[in-house]
Design a protein. Structure first.
Length: 193
């Protein structure tokens, strides 16, 4: 997961949002000009949902790397870290099921989708809160109040815009960190307990 901490802001944007926007543009242009991908409009929707899921999974990996590595630098609360992890696990599995598995088997249950979406959104807001609080706590080397990290919280929520300000600060924190993978170090030093 250390690779997500070393990405530049434009790389994080492209990996988690730009790839999906580019794919959407290509699919829409193909649908307009040819009728659909290989003449099948259902295939266009499935391809779009697949690429959306890939980008959401990368965004969850990015949040996971930030939350877990910042927690190592500034101990917050182990139970809160557990909730953070479970929210990201649920988000990844739910989005994969909702956007890839369920359309492939033509399954739709509105009540399950509504309940899971509420849990997913609530968990996502908590994950953004957790990451923003830890980012500011590590930078200021003390516990911070919500008033001090509210801007970062909204930058995490508005991820495609906020990544341009958040990622350079994350890079600065983990720039000379031993936890981040360095391909130039000898192989015997890569093994950690």
């Amino acid at each position: 997961m250390g690779i997500f901490l070393r990405l530049k802001h434009w790389q994080a944007f492209l990996l988690t949002f730009g790839f999906f926007v580019f794919t959407t543009i290509v699919i829409v242009l193909d649908d307009v000009s040819n009728g659909a991908i290989y003449g099948d409009p259902d295939m266009s929707l499935r391809a779009l949902l697949l690429f959306q899921t890939i980008c959401l999974v990368f965004a969850n990996f990015w949040r996971y790397a930030i939350g877990t590595r910042l927690h190592k630098k500034h101990y917050y609360n182990s139970f809160m870290l557990l909730i953070f992890r479970w929210c990201l696990y649920f988000s990844t599995l739910f989005n994969t099921a909702r956007f890839v598995v369920f359309p492939a088997i033509d399954y739709f249950d509105g009540s399950f989708n509504m309940l899971a979406s509420v849990i997913w959104l609530t968990g996502g807001i908590y994950c953004d809160y957790f990451a923003a609080r830890l980012l500011n706590s590590v930078e200021q080397q003390r516990d911070v109040s919500f008033k001090e990290f509210a801007g970062d919280f909204f930058a995490f929520i508005l991820f495609p815009i906020g990544v341009w300000w958040l990622q350079p600060r994350i890079n600065k924190i983990f720039d000379h960190d031993d936890e981040v993978y360095n391909p130039d170090t000898p192989l015997d030093q890569h093994v950690t307990n």
